[in-house]
Design a protein. Structure first.
Length: 739
């Protein structure tokens, strides 16, 4: 077979002439030597990729930064570190580091506080011994070096990028407090700031630990996607099956897929017939009948028949791998949301630096008060601007928000998503499992015009009797409908299943056949077509080879869906529905619910593109769904909202998870976002605003006229007081109602 390749991109190869999809150059015929060379290169690359299949690189300070290659963090400049995908799916490395440092330093922080003269004075106890100051110095040095190390590393990265922010200011504040305290201990008399420095480090370690625990990005989703593919497959060799690792399969290998198993790889059915559940990939709610010549997708579930499949795609070419790539691409193209706290911290950094340096220079050279006086004022100016309150302003609100959300059935996985949710003006819903239950229900029973001896309940009971032994989703819907109507389901004998088509059996001596149009045609049973079956799935029933009626099934719409759409419209938010179903089915559901925009036949890439289109029109878009096929759309959208009972991939990819199957919780999440944002703005305004007054006072502005001087310890107290205020303000959020 001849092969054509691109002269510039050797990886582009196909069996027909044409143009390269990358550079648009004409493909040229590949000679055997070049083919052999290319094959060797490709095999080498494949082996390298396989050996590095579980290797990713992440930023030690920002676990949302994920790369397949080593390098520097694009945000802070730190070197990316190697991580294991499985072990690091939840960003456990950085999270565990902050947790460990917090718990190790906490006892020493408490000891420092207990030995502090000011703390003893305030709480009315006395604890002194020989060499106390030296002990405090040694313990504080350990807390400073061990507890402050991650902040020093991060600040180095920020400074290397000329982007000083929170970490730089934290590092600067604790360093100034430590150096001043060391000077007080060994050089000149004064009040040290050891306990203020130690508590500052402890608070920030705790805050970052909790933040890391809360941040779960697309990394977990990629791991869950990989787990869709079964680890082993039944390889067919000389009519014998051999269990092998799935990643060992090669193109043109043949595998056996038994009933109930996941299909291990993309391929073509060469033997057998079965219904395959593809909802996790395509979003199609109805299992698709697969027979010889049909394509199947790795990770989908074979339901009721055995299939022999020839492998056609492996590695990066498979559907699951493509979905994974979509997630990565969406993650890379999605702009990082700049936190208000980071911007405020950057401003505070320059203000604190300027205030400290200028106040020192002014009082040292412009007055006769001396070095110690100038240094004391400089330290007070820096300490009072240290972002203790700024560090608590956001984490305190988010902690309370998470609790409030959980009480209302809303799990906040990414606070940036909740922060953006207040701006939403378009909510896009997946249909199956989100607006609908993802379960088949009977919407109508139609009797044959020739049948006068049977009623609808009897027809339903007989169909349920035959289908009660089947695990097919349509069969379960028929049986459940009979149970809901409290019908007596008759026992069946001589049961036989027709995979992907239906089943038959005998009830009270009568031969009952239940199935689709294909089965009826094969059994030479003439059915009556109806015009109202376009938006539902018909199941035909025959008794003793005579057609007696049909059951119409459809995906059941959730009771809360319409109320949710109405409330969103009242909030000025438009709605859209994306589904892999047919246009008729989608239009029917959309019309009932009052959806603004409907897109049917939507594959994963279609959903991502539709989200992009809405974003390009200036909309702030949320995606609500529960399937694997929604994961790329979750990441592409500004806010991903997953139904909690959906697949693990959807849950991992989304920033917000609804723990109940209630679309009304989407409305609650938006309300929570707006109330949370108000508290964040208030806290940030206070945490930064008080510096407008505190920094000038600490710098000694009032000293010449009023002899008012803010000592470093009082500066630390004022800083602590501002922290208490933001915490108390955040606690008021608990009283808010989301309904």
């Amino acid at each position: 077979m001849q092969t054509y390749i691109c002269p510039m991109h050797k990886e582009v190869r196909q069996n027909e002439p044409g143009r390269c999809p990358i550079c648009n150059m004409h493909l040229v015929l590949e000679d055997n030597k070049e083919t052999h060379k290319h094959t060797e290169q490709k095999d080498s690359l494949a082996q390298t990729a396989k050996s590095n299949a579980n290797v990713w690189y992440t930023c030690p300070m920002d676990p949302e930064i994920i790369s397949e290659h080593p390098g520097e963090c694009p945000k802070c400049g730190m070197d990316l570190v190697r991580m294991d995908r499985e072990k690091h799916a939840g960003h456990g490395g950085a999270e565990q580091d902050f947790k460990r440092r917090f718990w190790i330093t906490l006892p020493f922080v408490l000891i420092i506080m207990a030995l502090s003269s000011n703390i003893q004075k305030w709480f009315g106890f006395n604890l002194t011994f020989s060499g106390q100051e030296l002990v405090i110095f040694l313990i504080s040095t350990f807390v400073f070096l061990y507890g402050g190390l991650p902040f020093f590393k991060a600040s180095k990265g920020e400074l290397s990028r000329k982007n000083p922010a929170m970490m730089t200011l934290v590092s600067f504040g604790i360093t100034v407090a430590y150096l001043f305290s060391v000077a007080v201990t060994f050089v000149f008399p004064g009040e040290s700031l050891y306990w203020e420095m130690a508590t500052l480090i402890s608070v920030f370690l705790l805050g970052h630990w909790l933040e890391m625990r809360a941040v779960r990005g697309a990394t977990g989703a990629l791991t869950k996607l990989a787990k869709l593919i079964p680890p082993t497959a039944h390889l067919l060799e000389h009519e014998q099956t051999k269990e092998v690792q799935t990643d060992e399969l090669k193109i043109d290998d043949q595998v056996l897929v038994k009933p109930g198993e996941k299909i291990p790889v993309d391929g073509i059915v060469i033997e057998g017939e079965s219904a395959v559940n593809e909802s996790m990939v395509t979003g199609e709610s109805i299992p698709i009948v697969k027979k010889s010549g049909d394509t199947v997708v790795g990770g989908t579930i074979n339901q009721d028949g055995s299939l022999k499949v020839k492998v056609t795609k492996i590695g990066a070419d498979t559907a699951i791998a493509q979905i994974t790539k979509l997630i990565r691409d969406a993650q890379a193209s999605k702009p990082q949301v700049q936190q208000l706290a980071d911007r405020a911290a950057m401003v505070l950094f320059y203000i604190a630096m300027s205030a400290g340096i200028l106040s020192f220079l002014f009082w040292f050279f412009g007055s006769s008060n001396g070095l110690i006086f100038a240094a004391t004022i400089a330290v007070a100016a820096v300490v009072v601007a240290c972002p203790h309150a700024l560090g608590l302003a956001i984490p305190t609100v988010t902690s309370i928000t998470s609790t409030l959300g959980a009480k209302n059935g809303i799990l906040i996985k990414d606070m940036k998503a909740l922060e953006i949710a207040r701006k939403l003006n378009y909510v896009v819903f997946d249909k199956t499992g989100t607006l609908t239950k993802g379960e088949f229900g009977i919407v109508d029973i139609i009797l044959s015009s020739q049948s006068n001896s049977i009623d609808k309940d009897t027809l339903l009971a007989m169909a349920a009797g035959v289908e009660v032994s089947s695990e097919h989703s349509i069969a379960r819907g028929i049986v459940q409908a009979a149970k809901d109507k409290k019908l007596k389901i008759p026992s069946v004998t001589d049961f036989h299943s027709f995979p992907g088509k239906g089943a038959q059996g005998k009830i009270n001596g009568k031969h009952i056949l239940v199935g689709n149009k294909i089965l009826m045609k094969e059994q030479k049973i003439i059915i009556e077509e109806k015009n109202n079956t376009q938006t539902s799935t018909p199941v035909y029933v025959a008794i003793d080879n005579s057609f007696v009626g049909m059951l119409l099934l459809a995906d059941v719409i959730r009771d809360e869906a319409k109320a949710a759409i109405i409330k969103l419209h009242k909030m000025g938010i438009k709605t859209a529905m994306l589904t892999g179903d047919t246009q008729d089915v989608a239009d029917q559901v959309g019309k009932k619910l009052g959806i603004d925009t409907i897109l049917a036949h939507a594959l994963p890439e279609d959903k991502v593109n539709k989200i992009k289109e809405l974003q390009e029109q200036g909309n702030v878009v949320a995606m609500v769904g529960d399937g694997v096929n929604d994961a790329p759309s979750f990441v592409q959208s500004h806010v991903g909202i997953a139904i909690g009972t959906g697949t693990d991939v959807a849950v991992e990819s989304a920033g917000i998870v609804l723990m109940k199957n209630d679309p009304l919780d989407v409305v609650k999440a938006i309300i929570l976002s707006r109330k949370t944002n108000q508290k964040m703005i208030q806290n940030l305004a206070w945490a930064t605003g008080y510096n407008v007054f505190a920094i000038p006072i600490a710098a000694g502005v009032l000293y010449p006229s009023f002899h008012i001087l803010l000592q470093p310890e009082w500066a630390a107290l004022l800083m602590s007081a501002s922290s208490v205020i933001v915490v108390l303000n955040a606690l008021l959020l608990r009283r808010e109602k989301l309904s």
